[in-house]
Design a protein. Structure first.
Length: 133
């Protein structure tokens, strides 16, 4: 059962990261680096608690007030019923530490957390289709 949940979570994260779209000119099969990167944050519900208990801990930790930190953009935020939340962030490299601190201070105790560097495959697929590759 644990393997099925892990596979389901991995599939959900992949779907979320593929759903993120960035507009911009294509320069070839490899896109230019930007001044920020995408980070997928997975907040797994602790199923020993109900949602009211989870929300109470997050509120006590002031999670909504400290997350996301200043300068970090929420690109997408999904709820996967029975699993948890997946949040895709656009993070300037110098703000990564602040994202980590916001999660440690606000989400720990309410959620189990995982992080995944993410990139947008959509633009590369469009380029590939247009170039006939």
């Amino acid at each position: 059962m644990k393997n099925i949940k892990t596979l389901t979570m991995a599939f959900a994260v992949i779907l979320c990261s593929m759903a993120v779209a960035q507009d911009g000119p294509l320069t070839g099969p490899l896109l230019e680096d930007s001044d920020a990167f995408l980070l997928t944050v997975y907040l797994k519900h602790d199923q020993t608690m109900n949602i009211s208990e989870i929300n109470e801990i997050a509120a006590r930790n002031q999670f909504d007030e400290i997350f996301p930190p200043e300068g970090v953009e929420i690109v997408d935020h999904y709820v996967f019923m029975g699993i948890g939340q997946v949040i895709v962030l656009r993070v300037p490299p110098d703000r990564l530490r602040m994202v980590n601190l916001a999660i440690e201070r606000g989400a720990w105790g309410a959620y189990q957390t995982e992080f995944y560097p993410t990139y947008d495959l959509r633009a590369a697929r469009i380029y590939q289709q247009q170039s006939g590759q």
